[in-house]
Design a protein around this ligand. Structure first.
Ligand code: ZN
Ligand code: ZN
Length: 347
């Protein structure tokens, strides 16, 4: 099969022939029809993820058709259209037993712990635990966008953030996950303040339901702007970018007893990020994380997509073939971009 491969961190990836994957007894091999390009892929390529071993094939936001099935898989057969959360769970550890597959103690992540979906085929583990059927009317490009950013945003806003109609929600960083969060919070009846430094990103945020937009290039203190626009601070605020500045701005833009959701990854040389904890104490803030979304919690999300309340299809702003992927991966470092780029490995 053809795949995007890198041999060294930070050096250009290339498209070349590699052996086809074979399924584990509990796994499947999926023919990849569409797979999203994500900033996490860029971090992995830069060497920020300790799970990766070289040479490596990135890619973790996929949808496609089951091609081959392992001996012990009971729920899936060749030809089924499927997607997966980017965190694939084992199904048997204590966290999985509690239903918290998104923090599985023996999780695998395609494109990180093993070769991923910037390829014509990808192997996925524990298929009966992790695969999600793609509804007939949903395209694979749309389904691919669910697995990482849209599901992560849904878990952050709805499951962890407990958004309620009428609340103010601030979203710092309006890339794929941020725009998803804007759409999901607006659909839940919240009033959304979108913060970004890109006019294009803010334009999309407004299109997806943001009531207010803050341009970080013209507003040095975005937290103060959020507090002003929301009459004292947001009830719920997301750092959807992942930087010390956006994390602090999110916490500082909250009202009393507000909830901060850290969604964007925060790689740093020391592995830690400064957080305004004095404010967390004085205002009784909640500081929460969100890490993917368990496959078994997808049905309410899929229902909202089916009724048209959520439109993940509108987030897909470009489609590229495998050959254009190495350059697009490189470009993510300097231009995170607005919206979602989908790779189509058979195009
Ligand atoms: Zn992703
Ligand atoms: Zn587990």
């Amino acid at each position: 099969m053809r795949a995007v491969v890198f041999e060294r961190y930070g050096e250009p990836a290339e498209v070349r022939e590699v052996p086809d994957p074979v399924p584990a007894a509990h796994g499947v091999v999926v023919r990849v029809e569409a797979t999203g390009l994500c900033r996490s892929d860029w971090h992995g390529w830069q060497g920020h993820d300790p799970d990766i071993t070289l040479p490596h094939v990135p890619g973790h936001e996929l949808a496609g058709t089951v091609e081959a099935v392992g001996d012990t898989v009971t729920g899936w057969r060749p030809g089924d259209r499927v997607t997966v959360p980017f965190i694939c769970a084992c199904g048997s550890c204590p966290s999985c037993a509690a239903g918290d597959h998104q923090v599985c103690e023996r999780q695998t992540q395609p494109g990180f712990t093993h070769w991923g979906s910037f390829a014509q085929y990808v192997a996925l583990d524990h298929a009966d635990v992790n695969l999600v059927a793609v509804p007939e009317e949903m395209s694979c490009a749309t389904a691919a966008s669910l697995g990482c950013r849209f599901a992560t945003a849904f878990r952050a806003v709805v499951q962890q953030g407990r958004v309620a109609a009428g609340e103010w929600v601030a979203v710092h960083g309006c890339g794929g996950v941020g725009l998803s969060a804007v759409m999901i919070a607006a659909a839940a009846g919240a009033q959304v303040v979108a913060v970004d430094i890109s006019p294009r990103a803010l334009e999309l945020a407004r299109k997806f339901g943001a009531a207010e937009c803050v341009d970080g290039t013209r507003t040095p203190d975005t937290a103060a702007a959020v507090r002003e626009l929301t009459g004292g601070g947001a009830h719920l605020s997301l750092d959807a970018l992942g930087s010390p500045a956006t994390c602090a701005a999110s916490v500082n833009g909250l009202r009393r007893r507000g909830r901060h959701l850290q969604v964007g990854l925060l790689p740093s040389p020391t592995g830690t990020t400064p957080v305004p904890m004095a404010r967390a104490i004085a205002l009784e803030l909640e500081l929460l994380g969100s890490h993917g979304m368990a496959a078994h919690t997808y049905p309410p999300l899929l229902d909202l997509v089916r009724t048209g309340a959520l439109r993940p299809d509108l987030l897909v702003t470009s489609r590229i073939p495998l050959d254009a992927t190495p350059a697009a991966l490189t470009a993510l470092g300097t231009a995170p971009g607005a919206g979602v780029t989908v790779v189509e490995p058979w195009a």
